[in-house]
Design a protein around this ligand. Structure first.
Ligand SMILES: Cc1cc2nc3c(=O)[nH]c(=O)nc-3n(C[C@H](O)[C@H](O)[C@H](O)COP(=O)(O)OP(=O)(O)OC[C@H]3O[C@@H](n4cnc5c(N)ncnc54)[C@H](O)[C@@H]3O)c2cc1C
Length: 716
């Protein structure tokens, strides 16, 4: 209501301005002809006229009306160079700030809500360097004054910063125009005020702060190297520390472009994903799924059977799978690709030197122009009293230790309701463990929409997982062979007895022990990097779990490209890591896959969206396979087919997502998916049907009514 009132007031003032022909007064000719009268008024009451002039100037600029240039000239004519400059300098800055505030009040929320996600990088840029940009815009008088006010109002720049930067930035231009006003008689046209050479000087002045800022950045970057002696030559172009997904891909790229690269891995090539993460977990998920399908064989017209199996063999298969994937990440393969692989523990000595404690004894020192840190993350173990006494497993120890068991643990507690905890809780329940999953939040998989969590939770409960949401783990206790976990909900404690406890409450970046502390590389929960994945030292980069913000193998590999290219060719061109389209999947049953915004995200970020949903219970292939649980949910820009995000729940959802990932990456809308032939009967058809749902929701009803009339008429 208040906003509408303000808009009406502004409109009335603008209409009045043009209605009373004030715009004609504020032209060069208008000014010249009215000058004698203005001079008389000014001579009679200089203070009053000066104040009235200042006020009028504020109003004209605040309303973004044309005429500020003429008024600046008039100020020179009427009040001389000094007072003219003072009046115009304050009036223009105050007026500009009012226009800035009006634009912010009326439009900013709307603009940010509509384009917030796309403006994120711009907003961050303004937050960081906004004052510099504004200063440049103000110094160069070719940028329209009123437009700068209105556009800056839409950004996150502080009003006071806007005011003072404007005042300082516009001062030189103000003096030039006020001075021209003192010689109004000789002035033939407005363009005469700014000669090309004067304009060029302004441009130089305007560019100066940006150049100065860049110089400052360079000096700052150099300062971090103070106290270190840069080697005159280097043993390598690049050293990569860590042989997981991030490190392997970095080294691969470096070797592919013929640089001399050393990859250092302290433990197992392939890192977490191959040895403790993606691969073993997906292997056990498959065995568990088969067991579950046997139990529910009736769904397929067969007889239900309780699977009999040797747990040792199930775990042996997991290790067999790892060993079959191992050659992809092996020392041999990478050596063949041209990477110098060193097995040992690396420590950074200075920004160019790495010392390696070789696994087979001895040390080696190497220098390189650039270093990539791909040292990964480790499971976070919560500081629960008594945890060490009862003993616990993590994804690091689980695969090795469980492989020694004849049976799966009878009673397994899984701490954590995230993707890893949920995948493992469901798998071990399906393999016969009595699983209790403890989650602090009110639902599992909190990053996904509520209906996704609910569907997964329902399925896991059906598999026998006892899910305790809104439960805090308090402590562990041991009495003889009996192990207990004490949990609390709403102030009431309860006891869970268990045989094995698995911590899956998150993973923390590896930040200690290899030289970051000594060097002063900035860290918080991860290593702090800029958009180019550079750490505080521009020649040291970080990728993967140790850098965040996502902890996925494919993101580590994606970052590796940027880090390797920036490390090797950054002198010529640097690339910003691009996180616009990041997909992921959680391999619970039903599988959950997502790219872009969920509904929950969109609401939290205040982004407008439309949503369509296609249920798999309608899909022929899903019906044929008796696997109709799930849906494809697509969020789009209101009124458009542009995809903002997709969540798929159901069989093969991780695979189905790829089509949407491609579409989002390359700006293809739902119409394009709808217009693509999908093989019948496939799961992928669900993507097309989801696009069809969108089309139906946007049927041009009016046009169809006319078409119906046309057909009626044709029938005679
Ligand atoms: C159970 C589980 C399931 C997962 N499932 C998936 C999934 O399905 N999909 C997915 O995308 N992601 C999954 N992840 C996550 C995925 O494993 C990680 O995101 C990925 O491994 C990160 O790769 P990275 O290169 O950053 O680190 P890592 O793979 O952890 O590699 C880091 C390497 O650096 C080495 N290192 C550390 N410090 C030094 C040093 N000073 N000197 C020498 N070497 C050093 C370590 O030994 C390690 O091998 C899963 C993780 C777990 C635990």
């Amino acid at each position: 209501m208040k906003k509408i009132g303000l808009v009406i007031a502004i409109l009335l003032l603008v209409v009045g301005f043009f209605h009373y022909d004030l715009d004609r007064l504020l032209t060069l000719d208008g000014l010249k002809s009215g000058l004698v009268q203005f001079e008389v008024w000014r001579a009679e009451a200089p203070l009053l006229v000066g104040s009235a002039f200042l006020l009028l100037y504020v109003v004209v600029t605040a309303l973004s009306l044309p005429g500020a240039v003429i008024m600046t000239l008039a100020a020179g004519t009427l009040f001389g160079l000094f007072w003219g400059t003072v009046i115009v300098s304050f009036a223009s800055s105050i007026g500009a700030t009012l226009a800035f505030l009006v634009s912010r009040y009326l439009l900013r929320d709307w603009v940010q809500a509509k384009f917030g996600s796309r403006l994120k990088a711009f907003n961050e840029g303004v937050e960081k360097d906004g004052a510099f940009y504004l200063f440049t815009l103000r110094l160069v008088p070719v940028f329209p004054f009123f437009l700068i006010n209105l556009l800056m109002g839409l950004t996150a720049l502080r009003a006071f910063t806007f005011y003072w930067v404007s005042q300082v930035g516009m001062l030189v231009g103000t003096v030039v125009y006020v001075n021209a006003g003192t010689q109004l008689g000789q002035l033939e046209s407005l363009s005469g005020i700014l000669s090309p050479s004067l304009l060029f000087s302004f441009v130089l002045l305007g560019v100066f702060p940006l150049v100065a800022k860049k110089l400052l950045d360079v000096i700052k970057a150099r300062r971090v190297y103070a106290g270190f002696t840069k080697p005159k030559s280097f043993d390598r172009n690049l050293i990569v520390i860590g042989g997981g997904a991030g490190g392997l891909v970095s080294a691969y790229i470096a070797a592919a472009v013929k640089s001399k690269v050393t990859l250092i891995e302290a433990h197992k090539m392939g890192g977490d994903c191959l040895n403790y993460g993606c691969i073993p977990s997906k292997a056990i998920i498959k065995s568990a799924k088969i067991a579950q399908q046997m139990r529910h064989a009736k769904n397929y017209g067969l007889e239900n059977v309780e699977p009999t199996f040797s747990f040792k063999k199930v775990m042996a298969r997991v290790h067999d799978v790892i060993s079959k994937v191992e050659p992809h990440d092996s020392v041999e393969r990478y050596t063949e690709l041209g990477v110098d692989v060193v097995q040992g523990y690396a420590k950074i000595i200075d920004p160019w030197t790495v010392e390696i404690q070789l696994n087979d004894g001895g040390t080696q020192r190497l220098t390189a122009r650039s270093i990539i840190l791909a040292t990964g993350a480790r499971p976070f173990v919560p500081p629960l009293p008594g945890l060490d006494d009862v003993g616990y497993y993590t994804s690091d120890t689980l695969w090795g230790e469980f492989a020694k068991f004849d049976e799966p643990p009878k009673r397994l507690v899984v701490l954590g309701g995230g993707p890893i905890g949920s995948e493992l809780a469901q798998s071990f329940a399906r393999l016969g463990s009595n699983v209790t999953q403890v989650e602090r939040s009110d639902r599992i998989m909190v990053r996904e929409d509520e209906e996704v969590s609910a569907l997964v939770q329902e399925s896991m409960i059906a598999d026998g997982v006892n899910i305790l949401t809104s439960h805090n783990a308090l402590r562990c206790e041991k009495e003889g062979d009996i192990k207990r976990l004490i949990v609390e909900k709403d102030g009431v404690e309860s006891v869970i007895e268990f045989d094995a406890l698995l911590c899956a409450v998150g993973r923390q970046a590896r930040l200690e022990g290899y030289g970051l502390e000594n060097l002063g590389v900035e860290t918080n929960r991860t290593i702090v990097t800029n958009d180019y994945l550079e750490t505080l030292f521009p020649n040291i980069f970080a990728v993967g779990d140790v850098a965040g913000p996502y902890q996925f193998t494919h993101v580590a590999a994606h970052q590796a490209w940027f880090a390797a290219v920036n490390a090797l060719f950054g002198t010529f061109k640097k690339f910003r890591a691009d996180y616009r389209v990041i997909p992921w999947a959680t391999f619970v049953d039903p599988e959950v896959a997502r790219v872009g915004l969920s509904e929950q995200d969109a609401k939290e970020q205040g982004i407008e969206y439309e949503m369509v949903r296609y249920g798999l219970d309608d899909l022929d292939r899903a019906i044929a396979e008796s696997a109709t649980k799930g849906f494809v949910k697509v969020l789009t820009v209101p009124g458009k087919d542009k995809i903002l995000g997709v969540t798929i729940v159901g069989e093969h959802s991780g695979e189905l997502l790829a089509e949407f990932v491609l579409a989002m990456k390359h700006g293809l809308g739902l119409n394009k998916i709808l217009g693509t032939i999908h093989t019948y009967p496939t799961w992928a058809e669900s993507n097309k049907y989801a696009a069809g749902e969108w089309k139906r929701a946007h049927t041009p009803e009016r046009i169809l009514e006319w078409i119906e009339k046309y057909h009626t008429w044709r029938r005679g």
